[in-house]
Design a binder for this molecule. Structure first.
Ligand code: ARG
Length: 401
């Protein structure tokens, strides 16, 4: 692989990605580095980040608002899939990576770059997600990963940056490694590396503590159309506003924190703290509406496939064939997921208290009721059970012999 001339670098404004700029040029002979910083609703001010890339030696610094596609093309499919990695983590970070990769590739085409670059280390999942996505979307582009190869400690990285005129972080360095976007925050490192240590309250920003949550419960009604959340308490909202409000509502009641030990793609177990209030609330409501509107066999099959969907997104296979095939199944099931779910938020809990669907409910009162309106043929059960239990009775009889 020859030298790259022009590289588009995924840029966050942090020390590592800033040092990537001079490093790529001085050590690897890249002639021009163009940075791209994505707005994913993380709430950072992007103008200082744009300027910092130029100050660090970038020839061009691009910032792009990806919030809308992030929600409609990545978060909503995850809600329809009830995607929870290892049964818990709703993939708030993982979902952003294939979108950033897609935009990096588009920019590379626009500026005529022959490489893309990112500042991920060799231990994480994000490198896997970026590299696999870029390889699928643009096999001709080189992928440059300086932080995976430079072998510098944090102090050495800062010193390298200072020699290149990159100011070292001014604020007292937080011991935590944080990734954030509109869907949530992930917090790692520092004292959290001991999986037996309780996370300090200071790490949270999107959720209040159970102590600080209001004493009074609040019920929210979430409306869905074809598996997509479309309204809160009867008010129709665009996808981005809906996520913002769901975050504020759930987070304000202390719901949406996770503390888990998860299995990374590279084989490491890591202790992760997440706060993803809106996404967890919406997945919970969506699952509930499916219990009312999907047939039993479809529901059970979907629950199995959902785990595979979550696994493959976590593992960086967003642009792969299984994702496409599973999406086909999921999309077909979602045609009947219309209706609403009421959830009571109270002191860190989100409890489903009601579900309804005017058009697609498979709950039939005359079948379910124990009252006078009962239309279920009780005598039909006898013949059914005779046949259903036959193999068990035959097997049990043979064992008695
Ligand atoms: N463990 C989570 C994931 O793989 C969070 C990763 C956070 N990324 C980061 N660069 N801090 O999705």
């Amino acid at each position: 692989m020859g030298r790259a001339k022009k590289a588009v670098l995924a840029y966050s404004g942090g020390v590592d990605t800033s040092v990537c700029i001079p490093y790529l040029m001085q050590e690897w002979g890249v002639e021009e580095v163009i940075t791209f910083a994505a707005d994913l609703g993380q709430g950072d001010e992007l103008e200082p980040i744009r300027q910092k890339a130029l100050d660090s030696g970038a020839s061009q610094s691009i910032v792009g608002d990806l919030i809308e596609p992030f929600i409609t093309e990545f978060a909503f499919p995850a809600i329809r899939a009830n995607a929870l990695y290892e049964g818990r983590y709703p993939l708030s970070t993982a979902l952003a990576r294939p979108l950033i990769a897609r935009r990096l590739v588009e920019i590379a085409r626009e500026v005529g770059a022959d490489a893309v670059a990112h500042g991920c280390t060799g231990k994480g999942n994000d490198q896997v997600r970026f590299d696999v996505a870029i390889g699928a979307l643009a096999p001709d582009l080189k992928v440059l990963t300086p932080a995976r190869e430079w072998g510098m400690s944090r102090e050495e990285t800062i010193a390298y940056g200072e020699r290149c005129g990159i100011p070292s972080p001014v604020s007292k360095k937080s011991p935590y490694s944080i990734d954030l976007n509109l869907l949530g925050r992930s917090i790692e490192a520092g004292p959290l590396e001991d999986p037996n240590v309780e996370p300090p309250e200071e790490i949270y920003a999107m959720t209040v503590s159970v102590d600080a949550a209001p004493a009074a419960p609040q019920i929210v009604e979430i409306g869905f159309e074809q598996g997509n959340p479309v309204s809160l308490d009867g008010v129709r909202l665009d996808p981005v506003s809906l996520i913002r409000q769901a975050n504020a509502l759930a987070g304000g009641h202390g719901f949406g924190r996770l503390d888990m030990v998860e299995n990374r793609v590279v084989g490491i177990k890591s202790r992760e703290i997440y706060e993803t209030p809106g996404l967890l609330l919406l997945i919970k409501a969506h699952q509930e509406l499916e219990s009312l509107t999907l047939a039993a066999d479809v529901l059970r099959t979907k629950r199995q496939l959902e785990q595979q969907w979550a696994d493959l997104v976590y593992q960086g296979l967003w642009y792969g064939p299984l994702k496409e095939a599973l999406d086909g199944f999921i999309e077909r099931t979602q045609q009947s997921v219309n209706g609403s779910v009421r959830i009571k938020l109270h002191k860190g809990n989100a409890t489903v208290v009601g579900r309804s669907s005017a058009t697609n409910s498979l709950y039939v009162p005359t079948m379910a009721t124990y009252d006078a309106g009962d239309q279920f043929d009780h005598r039909a059960a006898e013949g059914f059970i005779y046949v259903w239990g036959l193999p068990t009775r035959l097997w049990a009889a043979s064992r008695r012999r």
